[in-house]
Write a protein that binds this ligand. Structure first.
Ligand SMILES: [Zn+2]
Ligand SMILES: [Zn+2]
Length: 238
C-alpha cells in the first residue's frame, strides 16, 4: 500500500529538484546542490533589522524610527536559490522542504547565545482569505517545526485585528501604513503561557521585506507586556 502511494506521489510530483531540475532521491523536493548554494548572511548588516548596510551598525530606517522588536536574526539573503526555495515552499507545501527550512532557522538561532533564555515561539498570522485559499500558514509551520527542533514552545499569540490588503504589490511606504494596527494580542493564549513571557518571544516569518509586518507584530507583543521580541526569518531582502 505504502509503495503504491509512493509510486503515485512520484508520478504526481516527479522526483526532480524544483529549482534546478536535477533528478532527486525520493521524497526530496530540492537537491543538495541547490541547498548548498544558499547565500547565508555574511555581509555587514544592521544590528537591529538585519538589512545589509555599508557602514555603521544601525541602518537609517532603524535610527529614524526604531522598531519595537529588539533585533532580527536572518538566515540568508533573499536571492536565488533561497528566494526560489521559499517561494516554492510557500505555494507547494512539502514536509521534506519544511524540515530543511526549519533546520536553517535552527542553525541561525544556534549561533546567537543571547536568545537562549527565550522559551516561546510565535508566528505572523495570515489574512483569513489567504489562509482559506492556501489551507496553511507557512510561517506557523516553520515556527512549529523550529520550536520542536529547539525544544521551545510554539504558541499562537497574535491575530489579525482587521483584514488588511495584501502587501505584495505595495511600495515600501504603502506597506508601512497598510499594516498599522493590523495585529492584536490573543490575551487568552497569552494567559496560558504567562510564566514564560518575561523571557521574551521569538517571532518567525519567512521573508523580511520592509520589516513593516514584524514591526507591527512586535508592537502588539510589547504592548501586551512582553519585554523582549526577537524576529527569526529565513531570508532578508536587500
Ligand atoms: Zn537543485
Ligand atoms: Zn535597521
Amino acid at each position: 500500500m505504502l509503495k503504491l502511494l509512493n509510486d503515485i506521489c512520484n508520478f504526481v510530483f516527479p522526483p526532480y529538484c524544483s529549482i534546478c531540475g536535477e533528478a532527486l532521491e525520493r521524497e526530496k523536493v530540492v537537491c543538495n546542490w541547490c541547498f548548498g548554494k544558499i547565500h547565508f548572511v555574511t555581509n555587514k548588516a544592521c544590528r537591529i533589522c538585519g538589512k545589509p548596510i555599508k557602514s555603521g551598525n544601525i541602518c537609517k530606517t532603524c535610527k529614524k524610527n526604531p522598531p519595537d522588536f529588539d533585533f532580527i536574526i536572518g538566515c540568508g539573503n533573499y536571492v536565488p536559490p533561497l528566494s526560489n526555495i521559499i517561494r516554492f515552499y510557500k505555494y507547494n507545501y512539502r514536509t521534506s522542504l519544511l524540515k530543511r527550512l526549519a533546520c536553517i532557522l535552527y542553525s541561525a538561532y544556534q549561533t546567537r547565545g543571547d536568545v537562549k533564555r527565550i522559551k516561546l515561539v510565535t508566528w505572523v498570522p495570515m489574512r483569513r482569505a489567504e489562509l482559506r485559499e492556501r489551507g496553511y500558514n507557512q510561517s506557523r509551520q516553520l515556527a512549529d517545526k523550529f520550536a520542536r527542533l529547539s525544544g521551545l514552545r510554539s504558541v499562537s499569540l497574535l491575530r489579525k485585528a482587521r483584514n488588511i490588503p495584501s502587501q505584495t504589490k505595495l511600495s515600501n511606504e504603502g506597506r508601512l501604513t497598510n499594516v498599522l494596527g493590523a495585529y492584536e494580542m490573543d490575551y487568552g493564549a497569552l494567559d496560558k503561557v504567562s510564566e514564560y513571557i518575561d523571557n521574551g518571544v521569538i517571532i518567525v516569518d519567512d521573508v523580511l521585506t520592509t520589516g513593516a509586518t514584524l514591526r507591527e507584530c512586535a508592537t502588539a507583543l510589547k504592548e501586551a507586556g512582553i519585554p523582549r521580541v526577537v524576529g527569526l526569518v529565513l531570508a532578508i531582502s536587500p
